[in-house]
Design a protein around this ligand. Structure first.
Ligand SMILES: [Zn+2]
Length: 122
């Protein structure tokens, strides 16, 4: 949508600038004033196109970059999931034992042994 607006603005801007230049060259005082006004309008149009270009250039690329951050759970365990099921004490990595693909945890606080609900993908 902005490309169409830009194209129209640039087209009219060039037309006005050329017309303004012709008036300026023509010489008489009224013509110079008309020419100056036309050039001014053309300048404002070019300024708007410049602003649209600037907004378009800054917006979309930066948003895409922030979403490219990938979550990889290799080797690390979500700390919020690691709590003792009997006392609620936090379970550290050294309390974990791998048994046939599953994870068993021994609470270092109360000594309870339980299986973790989700086995991490190492
Ligand atoms: Zn415990």
């Amino acid at each position: 949508m902005n490309k169409i607006v830009e194209g129209v603005l640039v087209f009219f801007g060039i037309c006005l600038a050329l017309l303004g230049a012709i008036f300026l060259i023509a010489g008489s005082i009224e013509n110079v004033i008309i020419g100056a006004v036309l050039l001014l309008i053309a300048f404002v149009m070019f300024f708007f196109v410049y602003r649209i270009e600037k907004i378009e250039a800054t917006k979309p690329t930066q948003i895409q970059q922030t979403f490219n951050v990938k979550m990889d759970g290799s080797g690390t365990f979500d700390a919020r999931e690691m709590k003792c099921k009997s006392c609620g004490a936090p379970i550290t990595a050294k309390d974990l034992t791998v048994i046939q693909g599953g994870i068993s945890a021994k609470c270092s606080f109360c000594g309870a042994i339980f299986a973790m609900e989700e086995a991490p993908k190492w």
